[in-house]
Design a protein around this ligand. Structure first.
Ligand SMILES: [Zn+2]
Length: 152
């Protein structure tokens, strides 16, 4: 596979940095301010107070996974979501919202079912799916179609 690059925004100075995918795991630094660029490789728990910033600052695809501790469908799909986050590091960021622990975000997005998925591209909502997809691999297909994965 060829070594493609991804665009990651520096959390310190907000500069967009182009980073080779092969370098993502070796603590790349921002070309402008030399701060280590954080590239999430696994789903992060969203926080109400930083949610909008996280959405606004991520230039690539962002998946929000609304989940609940007792939701069986969530448990089934969770490993797949983790796998998505790991395999598409730098291109896809995944944030989880526990709808029981974070009522503010659950209410704000009027989440009535778990799992619910919302996908952002460049901070714009592009897909929302309430409830478990018919086939859990549908989720991978949506994400890959959105990311134009093969065209990179
Ligand atoms: Zn910087």
């Amino acid at each position: 596979m060829s070594d493609t690059s991804v665009i990651v925004r520096c959390k310190n100075c907000l500069t967009l940095n182009r980073v080779l995918q092969s370098r993502l795991r070796s603590k790349p630094v921002c070309g402008n301010c030399k701060t280590v660029i954080e590239v999430p490789q696994e789903p992060l728990w969203a926080k109400a107070e930083s949610f909008d910033r996280e959405v606004a600052y991520w230039p690539e695809t962002l998946l929000i996974f609304f989940t609940a501790s007792l939701c069986l469908h969530c448990k089934i799909i969770d490993p797949l979501v983790r796998d998505l986050a790991l395999k598409r590091t730098g291109k896809l960021k995944v944030m989880k919202v526990d709808v029981e622990a974070d009522e503010y975000l659950a209410r704000r997005f009027a989440v009535t079912k778990t799992p619910t998925f919302i996908v952002y591209r460049n901070a714009v909502e592009v897909i929302r799916v309430d409830g478990a997809p018919k086939d859990k691999t549908d989720l991978v297909t949506w994400i890959d179609n959105l990311m134009g994965y093969t065209s990179y």
